[in-house]
Write a protein that binds this ligand. Structure first.
Ligand SMILES: Cc1cc2nc3c(=O)[nH]c(=O)nc-3n(C[C@H](O)[C@H](O)[C@H](O)COP(=O)(O)OP(=O)(O)OC[C@H]3O[C@@H](n4cnc5c(N)ncnc54)[C@H](O)[C@@H]3O)c2cc1C
Length: 388
């Protein structure tokens, strides 16, 4: 067993853990990241690819919408290499969509999301593959974002500053002494090498595995796991992100990624993040709904389907049993287990989105740095992210 020491251990190499590692390193805090597989192999490598403008949440979850538009602007500045500035449309096709439209526009205005309303003719001129039934399109600053690029760029930046990264090395135990987390144990699955790492703080950034990881420290974090299915098609008939202008539901977003479009998504509940399957109804509903916006999809070939699990946290006071899947907030939560559970040295960061991961990291590191007496401010919103 190799014995190591650091100031902070980060568990999880998705966008959240990688962003936390970079922020810690930029504030001069010595840190190590442990990932059970490869970088981005969890939800981050299986998301829809949308740089949210916030439009999707402008009616139902305005705090999440505001975070999205603010982070959207920051990411365009610090990581242009990871973004395709496609722009996005929210399209109305039916009377019901038209009824939702004023609420959508009011919500965007309240959240600071710029919009431009286009007539049917203007929309079809910009995107000829849209349905001839389109009535209105609202233009928003959506984009397409590469999550791998941001993860690898963040890790490279952190390594340059001295951080160490252990891949294919799951954390198997969290060490506690006198109601305080003091480190972790981990095992390199390829070499068999075992590590015991002493640290002042351990940050749990394990996405859908958050509850399992917290349990290693005897802490309960109630998670709602909600997988979604996406379908990759064989060409790119639209240049912008196309969203259906209605209350968020299944199959209402088309994201152009490279030479393809990715249709999505669905939402259901599962118990185990390592045990779920794509069901035929999910593929059917996504295809049917997206075809309403872009009929040409019916003639296109499917390249592949994939799915990822949303790590949604439900705060205990809201455990009414009424909110599931799409109703649970997409906002993020920084959990200070010293305050919540009387277990010091342990912080969880969960929920959120790829679009808001930088902010999630900032808030997490603000908390940990403050506890450690480090007063170096966050600069991840101004320093460009290196390319991978
Ligand atoms: C269907 C779907 C579509 C989405 N679309 C979008 C979108 O278009 N735009 C957007 O902004 N957001 C989107 N999201 C949200 C976004 O993808 C997630 O919020 C984000 O990727 C979560 O990242 P994470 O780092 O927290 O979790 P993950 O990426 O899952 O990372 C957690 C990591 O922890 C590791 N791990 C687990 N246990 C251990 C252990 N014991 N030891 C070491 N490592 C461990 C895992 O291997 C994993 O790599 C989508 C989510 C889903 C499910």
């Amino acid at each position: 067993m190799e014995k190591l020491e650091t100031q902070v251990v980060v568990i999880g190499g998705g966008i959240t853990g990688c962003s936390v590692l970079r922020d810690l390193s930029m504030r001069g805090i010595d840190a190590m990241l442990f990932e059970r597989g490869n970088l981005s192999e969890g939800t981050t490598g299986n998301f829809h690819g949308l740089l949210h403008s916030g439009g999707r949440y402008a009616v139902k979850d305005q705090p999440a919408a505001i975070e999205c538009i603010e982070e959207n602007r920051i990411l365009r500045r610090i990581a242009p290499q990871a973004i395709e500035d496609t722009g996005g449309f929210f399209v109305t096709l039916t009377d019901e969509d038209e009824e939702f439209l004023p609420r959508f526009l009011d919500g965007c205005e309240a959240c600071g999301i710029p919009t431009e309303v286009l007539s049917a003719d203007e929309a079809l001129q910009a995107e000829p593959a849209l349905s001839p039934d389109v009535r209105t399109a609202v233009s928003v600053p959506d984009g397409s974002i590469d999550g791998w690029d941001i993860c690898i760029g963040s890790v490279n930046a952190a390594k340059e500053l001295g951080a160490r990264v252990f891949l294919f090395t799951p954390v198997t135990d969290i060490l506690t002494e006198n109601s305080r987390v003091v480190g972790i144990r981990a095992k390199d699955e390829s070499s068999g090498e075992e590590y015991e790492v002493r640290a002042e703080y351990v940050i749990n950034a394990t996405g859908p595995w958050t509850e399992q990881t917290a349990a290693l420290a005897d802490v309960y974090v109630p998670m709602e796991l909600s997988p979604g299915t996406m379908i990759v098609l064989d060409s790119r008939p639209v240049q912008r992100v196309i969203n259906r202008c209605r209350y968020p539901t299944d199959g209402d977003i088309i994201v152009p990624v490279g030479t393809t479009i990715v249709l999505g998504t669905t939402s259901k509940d599962i118990e185990d993040p390592d045990d779920y399957a794509i069901e035929q109804w999910e593929v059917d509903v996504v295809l049917t709904e997206c075809m309403e916006m872009v009929p040409k999809i019916e003639e296109m070939g499917i390249q592949r389907t994939y799915a990822g699990v949303r790590p949604l946290y439900e705060p205990p006071e809201d455990l009414t049993g009424e909110e599931t899947g799409r109703d649970v907030s997409r906002a993020h939560f920084v959990l200070d287990h010293e305050q919540l559970d009387g277990v010091g040295g342990f912080v969880t960061i969960t929920g959120g989105k790829v679009t808001t991961a930088r902010l999630m990291a900032e808030e997490t590191v603000d908390l940990v740095a403050d506890k450690m007496g480090v007063d170096e401010p966050c600069r991840t919103d101004e320093v460009p992210l290196p390319t991978m």
